[in-house]
Design a protein around this ligand. Structure first.
Ligand code: HEM
Length: 397
């Protein structure tokens, strides 16, 4: 048992600034156990990396968010909650669409979307950059890959946010979150049916038409449920995280103006700044696993069947790996961070996320090299493992 401070991933208070708690865990309780909520947590970089690599011991099959880790999820249809061989089969179906080469092909159109949104803000002295840009860019990009109509995107964004929302101290989805989830699923189902009658050149049509080989060798289409969950995963994983990363970086570039000046003087550093933003802000704070065997670490035993949170956000601030880890340094040399996970489940959209984020910073700084964030302009959203802002007011006058 670990006594002392409590780390509760659902606490609004900790979510405001979890980093002192993570530091305490790394130093005093590297194998942290929360008796009340019955989970373990790893916070050091080396321990997180080893656990991400050892996917046989640390299974994803019971879900990866604490509130859902109450048993195996054989029918989730979500590759992020699968182990091999299902995981390999599902990942192979879409991985070709997200290679650097494929993603490179859409760079110009991603930039055009960013430019259109940001140009519309030029001349306005005060706007909410989350609402008007950081939430819209990733939604537009993944929607155009999937073929979701422009007119539905804002609604879908708003419903996705409602789906993720959690009340303080209550890990389970609220009534509104459950309703929102139902609406999103119905919408996607209708879109899939539409693709069946009118196939198009988009990722949704490919998923509706794709065939997989069953164990007995027969070729079948994916079940409706699985296609739907695939799309839900692509839409949610890609939206929330890029939205949060960009908003957090705009806030950091205001809080640390010297870093903004460095980027303005040397725009080639922006790609590196995105890596630092991923390390420093880590939008997806932990990845949950369940142990398939008992493990001994730092003299502590983690039994088989235990829920273990790999807190990659804490690993990314580990001074054992990153010197002066609480400093935001756009020129920092980073050989590896864990913001996009590692190993078998490493972020499928990693290249896309990096590209969207780089373009988002490049185009923002071109138009708004100088801006202020008013004291009342920062609004945080709360969910179990995604950390970030739902509103960020910028003043440019
Ligand atoms: C800053 C942006 C992003 C962050 C921080 C992020 C973070 C992550 C992390 C940590 C994982 C590993 C989950 C685990 O180990 O259980 C992951 C997986 C995944 N990400 Fe991302 N992600 C981002 C953007 C995207 C985008 C743009 C897409 C769009 C396609 C995407 C799609 C996925 C999918 C499908 C998986 C599951 C992969 C698998 O299970 O094999 N992500 N992401």
């Amino acid at each position: 048992m670990t006594t002392g401070r409590e780390y509760d991933p659902f606490s609004y208070e900790i979510d405001e600034d979890p980093y002192p708690t993570y530091r305490w865990m790394r130093d005093e309780a590297p194998v942290y156990y929360n008796e009340r909520l019955d989970f373990y947590a790893l916070t050091r970089f080396a321990d997180n990396l080893a656990a991400f690599i050892d996917a046989e011991t640390y299974s994803s099959f019971h879900s990866t968010s604490l509130e859902f880790m109450d048993g195996p999820k054989p029918d989730s249809g979500l590759m992020i909650w699968m182990d091999p061989p299902e995981h390999n089969r599902y990942r192979a179906l879409v991985s070709k669409a997200f290679t650097p080469r494929q993603i490179g092909k859409i760079e110009q159109s991603v930039r055009a979307v960013a430019v259109a949104h940001l140009d519309a803000l030029v001349g306005r002295e005060r706007f909410d950059i989350v609402r008007d840009f950081t939430a819209r860019l990733p939604m537009d990009v993944i929607s155009s890959l999937l073929g979701i109509p422009q007119s539905d995107r804002r609604w879908l964004q708003e419903r996705s946010n409602a789906m993720m929302h959690r009340e303080p101290g209550n890990p389970m989805p609220t009534r509104e979150a459950i309703d929102a989830q139902g609406e999103v699923h119905d919408f996607i189902h209708a879109q899939m049916n539409e693709r069946r009658s009118h196939p198009r050149d988009d990722l949704m049509t490919r998923l509706v038409e794709v065939e997989i080989t069953e164990d007995d060798g027969t070729r079948v289409n994916l079940r409706d449920h699985d296609v739907k969950m695939f799309i839900v995963l692509l839409a949610t994983a890609g939206n929330e995280t890029v939205t949060k990363l960009l908003a957090a970086m705009y806030l950091d570039l205001w809080r640390f103006p010297d870093e903004r000046v460095r980027l303005l003087a040397e725009p080639a550093l922006i790609a590196n700044a995105v890596e630092e933003g991923l390390r420093f802000e880590t939008p997806s704070q932990y990845q949950g696993r369940v142990t398939t065997r008992s493990v001994e670490l730092h003299g502590k035993a983690i039994p088989a069947g235990a829920r273990v949170l790999l807190i990659n956000a804490a690993a990314n601030r580990d001074e054992r790996k990153f010197p002066d880890p609480d400093r935001f340094d756009v020129g920092r040399e980073i050989d590896l961070h864990l913001a996009l996970g590692y190993g078998r489940h490493v972020c499928l959209g990693a290249y896309l996320a990096r590209m969207e984020s780089r373009i988002g910073i490049e185009e923002l700084l071109k138009r708004f090299p100088d801006y202020r964030i008013p004291d009342d302009g920062i609004e945080r959203m709360h969910s179990s493992n995604v950390r970030g802002l739902s509103g960020l007011v910028m003043e440019t006058g």
